[in-house]
Design a protein around this ligand. Structure first.
Ligand SMILES: NC(=O)c1ccc[n+]([C@@H]2O[C@H](COP(=O)([O-])OP(=O)(O)OC[C@H]3O[C@@H](n4cnc5c(N)ncnc54)[C@H](OP(=O)(O)O)[C@@H]3O)[C@@H](O)[C@H]2O)c1
Length: 298
């Protein structure tokens, strides 16, 4: 995949895609690149104003794009169910789901509408529920992709099942790290369960390195600017995972440059704890209980 760029994305005519958090940063660039290559893209955004503005911006950049806005708040399971019902009401298939939306290092412990810690609830549980609810449409297309977006920050994450949702003590970066480790465990477990259940869904995970987006501008954690790449560059690993023909279930993609912070996509390795199958299975069962969403493979 030497120096793979968005120009290498194959023709996606006739393919349906959903990108969460598509109104800004990596999600916007992912929606734009998929649409430019012919996919019909649902931009799943939580705010109608920001979502509408993004759809208009995208159509101005790519006048032939087939895109639409659909409201989705991952921090509210009622909204996740409504989104999935509305999707199923309009389409019978889904080729590419990019679980991209995320919140990072919130200063105070906050909760989702369902009482989950906000980063775990939004970044992991919301996407767990969304993927499970869209599984019938994904399984209608053999080889459909579920791409989850994690972070290098997963390396500081730890699954403490005794206090998964930080009720006893809250550490904002560790909470982010846990949610991003959960994205990796979820992907590998989805891959295992899909294979075991005879499903042809391909689950892959990607991280962008460091990219200049709203996520980074809102925190005190700043790499020097020369390290940062554009959002379009940061989106390449997830675009590779979502579209390159040679992607296999359970693979992980990130930038190829210094410390995986920038550069063209390549296959990368997660921290060892990302491959802990017992932890992944426990997380899956808990996610099932907490969200009430059960996957049926086949
Ligand atoms: N930028 C980086 O260097 C970097 C590094 C590692 C990992 N990542 C990961 O990349 C992904 C995209 O982040 P980004 O850098 O592109 O940041 P961003 O520009 O802040 O985009 C995040 C997106 O997620 C949406 N979102 C947040 N909470 C949501 C919710 N409850 N329901 C639905 N959408 C929600 C945001 O919507 P609003 O605009 O309405 O807030 C926004 O569209 C995240 O998963 C992040 O963890 C980014």
């Amino acid at each position: 995949m030497a120096k793979w760029t968005a120009n290498d994305i194959p023709d996606l005519g006739g393919r349906a895609a959903v990108v969460t958090g598509a109104n800004s940063g990596l999600g916007y660039e992912t929606a734009l690149a998929l649409a430019r290559h012919g996919a019909n893209v649902v931009m799943a955004c939580r705010d109608e104003g920001r979502g509408t503005e993004a759809v208009e911006r995208l159509r101005a950049e790519a006048p032939d794009a087939s895109v639409e806005l659909s409201l989705l708040d991952l921090a509210d399971l009622t909204s996740v169910r409504k989104f999935a019902e509305s999707y199923a009401g309009e389409r019978d298939h889904l080729d590419i789901l990019v679980n991209n939306a995320g919140v990072m290092a919130l200063a105070e412990r906050r909760q989702t509408a369902d009482g989950f810690e906000m980063q775990f609830g939004t970044n992991h549980l919301g996407h767990y529920a969304l993927t499970g609810l869209l599984l019938p449409q994904l399984q209608a297309r053999p080889g459909s992709r579920v791409v989850s977006v994690t972070s290098f920050g997963h390396k500081v994450g730890r699954m403490n099942f005794d206090d998964l949702q930080w009720e006893r003590s809250y550490r904002k970066w560790l909470a982010y790290g846990r949610s991003k480790l959960a994205n990796i465990l979820f992907t590998f477990e989805l891959d295992r369960r899909a294979r075991a259940g005879g499903s042809a869904v391909v689950a892959a995970v990607a991280h962008p390195g460091y990219a200049n987006t709203n996520l980074q501008s809102g925190t005190s954690f700043q790499w020097s600017n020369f390290m940062a790449q554009s959002a379009a560059e940061g989106a390449l690993p997830q675009l590779y995972a979502a579209t390159a023909p040679d992607v296999q279930g359970g693979e992980f993609f990130g930038p190829s440059g210094f410390m995986e912070q920038r550069g063209a996509p390549k296959r990368v390795k997660a921290a060892k704890k990302g491959y802990d199958a017992a932890s992944a299975s426990r997380l899956w069962e808990l996610s099932e209980q907490l969200t009430g969403v059960t996957y049926s493979f086949g």
